[in-house]
Write a protein that binds this ligand. Structure first.
Ligand SMILES: NC(=O)c1ccc[n+]([C@@H]2O[C@H](COP(=O)([O-])OP(=O)(O)OC[C@H]3O[C@@H](n4cnc5c(N)ncnc54)[C@H](OP(=O)(O)O)[C@@H]3O)[C@@H](O)[C@H]2O)c1
Length: 261
């Protein structure tokens, strides 16, 4: 019942984890705002939401179009007159070595994964502080805890989210603002297909780790429980999750494993 009548804005809800979060929250009675670039896919997600009594509002946006995001955030707030939870989920990955990756790719990944979320958060904060409540759920990754080969910009963007949202959580704790950082391992979605190559093209294929990753349904169950319980972070994944412990307790060993990957 926790999510009933909560207003939840989910970016990146035209596929993958965002789509799955939308379906489950719709079932649980939330009022949704769903965002991504592809409006037709958002329409599909809206149509597939089972509980037709609960509103699902489509707000298309591009996280790279920074000039538009403040206005989009105000628009989002005004749809239901409040926002209880924002899932900063929209994002893009990478499959390319540092040496070959053109700088435009580094910038695009930071602009989408990091700065897009920062602009939205800053636009909503004054309103949330006035209401004395608001919850930012930030889709990081194990790559937000340690970098792996072929993910330099992706890992950088996810690390940046940790720095920003840890600071925000500390600053605004007494204002009723909550932050949950989700550090997930592999989830079976289109993330690899949509990842950028060294020249900024679509990778357009998947990889075995993603194919064998957890289901979006499993991911959603764990993520929504952590959010409901107000967890500051959630570590999730298969055996790749061990990397998070190695980074902390045996960093030399992790470095060795990663260079042989
Ligand atoms: N799958 C995994 O193994 C995994 C693991 C850890 C973390 N994550 C994170 O989970 C989040 C969702 O990824 P996913 O796995 O569900 O992959 P996905 O299926 O490729 O979904 C990515 C979502 O982000 C949206 N998006 C991409 N670029 C955008 C832009 N410029 N503006 C607005 N929206 C944009 C896409 O929608 P449009 O194309 O319609 O814009 C799509 O809805 C990402 O932040 C990713 O880093 C994934």
């Amino acid at each position: 019942m926790y999510y009933k009548n909560k207003v939840v804005w989910i970016t990146g809800s035209s596929s993958g984890t965002g789509e799955a979060i939308a379906y489950e929250l719709n079932k649980q009675g939330a009022k949704l705002i769903i965002s991504a670039r592809r409006e037709a896919e958002l329409e599909r997600v809206k149509n597939n939401c089972e509980n037709k009594e609960n509103p699902v509002y489509i707000l298309p946006l591009d996280l790279e179009k920074h000039d538009e995001l403040t206005q989009k955030s105000i628009e989002a707030w005004n749809i239901y007159g409040k926002i209880d939870i924002v899932f900063h989920n929209g994002g893009i990955s990478q499959r390319s070595p540092v040496i070959d990756t053109i700088f435009d790719v580094d910038k695009r990944i930071m602009n989408i994964n990091y700065f897009g979320s920062v602009i939205i958060t800053k636009a909503l904060l004054p309103k949330m502080i006035k209401e004395k409540k608001g919850h930012f759920v930030v889709m990081s990754s194990l790559s937000g805890l340690f970098g792996i080969p072929l993910r330099s910009a992706y890992a950088a963007s996810k690390h940046a989210l940790h720095g920003f949202y840890d600071s925000l959580r500390a600053e605004l704790h007494s204002e009723g603002i909550k932050v949950t950082l989700i550090c997930s391992g592999y989830i079976k979605t289109n993330i690899a297909n949509n990842a950028l190559t060294d020249k900024g093209e679509k990778f357009a294929t998947t990889d075995p780790e993603i194919e064998n990753g957890m289901s979006t349904e499993y991911f959603v169950k764990k993520a929504l429980k952590a959010v409901k319980n107000g967890k500051k972070s959630l570590l999730l994944g298969g055996k790749e999750k061990i990397g998070a412990y190695l980074k902390r307790f045996a960093p030399e060993l992790l470095a060795k494993i990663l260079r042989n990957r």
